[in-house]
Design a protein around this ligand. Structure first.
Ligand code: UDP
Ligand code: MG
Length: 310
């Protein structure tokens, strides 16, 4: 069985050598045990601004497992991972995606491969706890999963992008035509036989998180708007509620009119103008989010551009 380990890297010069060392000894042992016949480590350089690509080139010349894919500019973790996965289709029997920073327990890859050989097409890596996360990251991550659940998006809590995909799953996934990628949601739509592997999450080996708050925020918005039309329904409900309130207000105005108190009501009138104005703007914003998606999908731009292959 041939495995490809796909590792997206963005400004990871500080961790790549250590990651390669650890992955290499793991791959050696899996091959010696006869678990695998062949294995590649595929680094996808997501348009790094530091020496990441030079290090990948250097590692590639001295290490039979290492291969590299350099994207011409930073397209984000999900797109970089997609580039790697799409590249592996037809070249392996299974692919494992894993972060470059050694936060994911690489030794669990062995369990994943075994599960795959027992017939599981998809194996999710799930973190046991969030002890190593900052309080902020923990809170935002947990509320993200809760919100997604409320919005009706099927996600596995505490599963990020550490997973094994078998040949069929890879094939099926890469046939998804969409441009707004939210892989952990998309994989749930495949419906193959699946199982879970639990791991303890380590500290980042070196360097800082490459997921800035802005990237995290965009990721969450993308996740919701790519998988749920719930926000549109909520708007419809708010709209209906407003109509109800305005009918009640209309009755009040009529009563006030017949009682001759026409000056009164100015305050409530102004309030409604502002209230409805705000609500309309908000609604337009959310609708705009979906139109933005349609716009992107319609353009069908390439998700990434490969600059070099080694
Ligand atoms: N990453 C990437 N492109 C980006 C941001 C991150 O390829 O624009 C990669 C990064 O190199 C790492 C993985 O995605 O391998 C996860 O990122 P990170 O560990 O910084 O995120 P965190 O663990 O803090 O959520
Ligand atoms: Mg990390």
């Amino acid at each position: 069985m041939k495995l490809i380990i796909v590792v997206p890297c963005y400004n990871e010069e500080e961790v790549l050598r250590e990651t390669t060392k650890q992955l290499t000894s793991l791959v050696d042992s899996m091959i010696n045990e006869g678990l695998l016949s062949e294995c590649d480590i595929l680094y996808v350089d997501d348009g790094s601004k530091d020496n990441t690509w030079q290090i990948i080139e250097e590692l590639q010349t001295g290490n039979q497992y290492v291969h590299g894919l350099k994207l011409a500019h930073n397209v984000g973790h999900q797109n970089a991972l997609w580039a790697g996965l799409e590249f592996t289709v037809d070249k392996c029997d299974a692919a494992v995606s894993i972060d470059a920073d050694l936060q994911h327990d690489i030794h669990k890859i062995k369990e994943m491969v075994k599960a795959n050989q027992e017939g599981f097409e998809i194996v999710y890596g799930i973190r046991n706890d969030r002890a190593t996360d900052s309080a902020f990251k923990k809170r935002t991550a947990l509320s993200f999963y809760r919100l997604m659940q409320k919005m009706g998006v099927d996600l596995i809590p505490n599963h990020a992008d550490f997973r094994l995909l078998g040949k069929n799953a890879l094939q099926a996934l890469t046939e998804f035509p969409e441009r707004n990628l939210f892989l952990r949601g998309m994989v749930r739509l495949l419906g193959f036989r699946e199982t879970k592997v639990y791991f303890e999450c380590n500290d980042r080996f070196a360097g800082k998180s490459k997921y800035t708050f802005r990237k995290m925020f965009n990721f969450a918005i993308d996740g919701i708007t790519s998988f749920s039309v719930q926000p549109l329904r909520i708007i419809t409900l708010i709209g209906l509620l407003c109509v109800g309130i305005s009918i009640v207000e209309m009755m009040y105005i009529l009563v006030a009119y017949f009682q001759g108190n026409v000056i009164r009501g100015w305050a409530s009138l102004l309030f409604s103008v502002w209230f409805l104005g705000g609500l309309l703007l908000f609604s337009v914003g959310v609708v705009g989010e979906y139109i933005g998606k349609i716009y992107k999908e319609v353009k069908r731009r390439p998700r990434y551009i490969i600059e070099k292959r080694i």
